[in-house]
Design a protein around this ligand. Structure first.
Ligand code: SF4
Length: 332
């Protein structure tokens, strides 16, 4: 079997809380991504999705967060043992990231061309003329019209959707093996969102790039993910192929997330909501972290953390996933 491009094993990321000690914001998280594959990471805000991705690319907030355990194997090498300098060499070259808010990711006082040229020259030798030529070709590839004109413009002259295309083009300049897309379209309106997601999917197929796609929306990952990891309160709730997760979800949290997607093919009066909120990291419940919001919680759920129930390469962290079949959602 070929080695996965990225394999994360038992990752633990701790946050330092000033005088109040430390908490594990990402706890025992494991997953892998093969070459050319898309992994969708889903969960509400505060579930540890962005911290997990930041640990992979070596961009955890300095002083406040650090990798406290586990391994991040990229092309067989453990990134947790790399120096900051070695990680700078990998970032933007073999692993790139596009961020949630494209408007704040570009420097407002430099033209697009200057910013793309710098991004390119950070990793490879190219004359100014060559760099602009490569940048224009990449802007064309991501569907921006009049790329030579765009290169002469400042960020404020472009729309949100155009800026996000520029960010994608910049991330792909070095033809990275892995692209991390953190809520790449959530700040854009729905039509542009759909266009950006279609573009990412087309580029993945064309360039063979693997994608780690982060979203709070199951509907977004349903379009393009080969595998899905559902996270809740810093832990994996469920992990498997997209086919398994969407057709046979076993974890109550996954089922609730799926119930909250509007389905044009189904006549549903009310979408499912999930009562309550993700608990703060300093007040995690004992046992299963989802138990304060789970309609099926039983005494066992407070006593012990659920071990994984595995079937068909699908792992579910719920005490009842393999035994008592959970009935239809209670709708709360
Ligand atoms: Fe719900 Fe218990 Fe399963 Fe957790 S272990 S998801 S509380 S039934």
């Amino acid at each position: 079997m070929p080695e996965p491009l990225l394999e994360v094993r038992n990752l633990k990321v701790n946050l330092r809380l000033g005088g109040a000690g430390e908490v594990a914001a990402v706890d025992n998280v494991s997953f892998s991504i093969d070459r050319g594959e898309t992994l969708g990471v889903v969960g509400e805000s505060g579930c540890g999705k962005t911290l997990t991705a930041s640990a992979v690319i070596g961009l955890l907030p300095p002083y406040t967060a650090y990798v406290a355990g586990g391994e991040i194997l990229f092309e067989g090498e453990n990134l947790t043992t790399k120096t900051p300098r070695q990680m700078r060499g990998l970032r933007g070259q073999k692993i790139s990231m596009i961020f949630q808010n494209p408007m704040s990711a570009l420097n407002p006082v430099y033209r697009i061309g200057a910013q793309m040229r710098e991004a390119l020259r950070a990793h490879r030798k190219a004359s100014a003329k060559e760099a602009l030529q490569i940048s224009a070709n990449m802007l064309r590839k991501v569907g921006l019209s009049l790329p030579e004109t765009r290169l002469r413009e400042y960020p404020h002259q472009l729309s949100g959707g155009q800026i996000q295309r520029v960010m994608i083009a910049m991330a792909l300049l070095s033809k990275p093996a892995l692209l991390i897309a953190d809520e790449p379209a959530s700040s854009l309106d729905v039509t542009i969102q759909a266009q950006i997601l279609e573009l990412l999917e087309a580029l993945r197929k064309d360039m063979g790039t693997s994608v780690l796609l982060i979203s709070h929306d199951m509907g977004v990952v349903a379009e393009s993910a080969d595998k899905v990891m559902v996270m809740y309160a810093g832990k994996v709730a469920e992990y498997g192929t997209a086919d398994e997760i969407f057709t046979r979800p076993l974890h109550p949290y996954t089922r609730k997330l799926l119930g909250s997607i509007p389905r044009p093919d189904k006549d549903v009066e009310r979408l499912t909501t999930i009562r309550g909120m993700v608990p703060p990291l300093t007040q995690m419940p004992s046992g299963c972290r989802f138990r304060t919001r789970c309609p099926y919680a039983a005494p066992l759920c407070a006593e012990r953390e659920p071990p994984p129930y595995r079937e068909n390469g699908h792992a579910t962290f719920c005490h009842f996933a393999g035994g008592v079949r959970l009935s239809a959602d209670a709708g709360n």
